[in-house]
Write a protein of this length. Structure first.
Length: 246
């Protein structure tokens, strides 16, 4: 009886030691992976990396992690603009869930079989893609988008200011649909406002409709969908063979 009690105590102690060692190894691996991602993606701050699953050490032995969560607070994504527009757009709160991550022993390279995630773009950032400076749409008529906000029901509300020489300035609210087309976020007015002057639809749409290309996202994930929200637009991303590092 005494021997069995001692054996049970030894088993419990060894189990506790294994858990402690396993968790210490996870923290070390997360720090190393976060540092590698920061360098690879040229980030201003260190991202959050969380390795899921237990035990961790058996996953290390296999050279593949079941599930890794990545969080990047802010990311300056290239837009590919060559016409003088903003060269980057700020992506906020990027979170990605990586599945079946194969990695090298020193964590210098890591590739996920698949990834899904979300992020947000503030309306102020998206406004940079619109014609927010007064633009001639007809002789004596200038128009510009002065603000973007949540229009409800998944729509964006764009406030378009129109100035007519000799008449004055009027601001028109325009509800718009936002969609994803490849690597581009597109904003398209549902209905065009009736202005104080008659203009061809194409002239009005040259102001109300605009798009923003997001040329690169971390690891090579791609835009999947977009939805207007209260503080900005939420984007969903996905990808395969996503590189976390290396």
């Amino acid at each position: 009886m005494r021997g069995l009690r001692i054996l049970l105590i030894v088993v419990v102690v060894l189990g506790i030691l294994f858990v402690v060692v396993d968790r210490v190894a996870v923290y070390f691996a997360e720090d190393e992976a976060a540092s590698k991602v920061k360098t690879t993606e040229n980030l201003a701050t260190t991202p959050d990396v969380s390795i899921k699953g237990f035990p961790f050490l058996t996953q290390v032995a296999s050279g593949e992690l079941d599930d890794v969560e990545l969080g990047i607070k802010t990311y300056e994504a290239p837009t590919g603009n060559t016409d003088g527009g903003a060269s980057t757009i700020r992506i906020d709160d990027l979170k990605a869930d990586m599945k079946d991550v194969k990695f090298s022993g020193d964590y210098s390279s890591a590739t996920a079989a698949s990834a899904t995630g979300s992020a947000s773009i503030s309306y102020d950032e998206l406004l940079k893609a619109a014609k927010s400076q007064p633009t001639d749409v007809f002789t004596g008529v200038k128009a510009q988008i002065v603000s973007l906000s949540d229009g409800g029901a998944g729509k964006i509300k764009a406030d378009m200011k129109v100035t007519v020489t000799g008449v004055g300035t009027t601001t028109y609210p325009v509800l718009s649909t936002v969609t994803v087309d490849g690597d581009t976020v597109k904003v398209h007015a549902d209905n065009l406002p009736k202005l104080v002057v008659d203009l061809a639809d194409s002239r009005i749409r040259s102001i109300t409709d605009f798009q923003q290309t997001i040329d690169q996202l971390p690891g090579g994930v791609k835009l999947d969908s977009v939805q207007a929200q209260q503080g900005g637009v939420e984007i969903k991303v996905k990808g395969s063979n996503v590189k976390l590092a290396g």
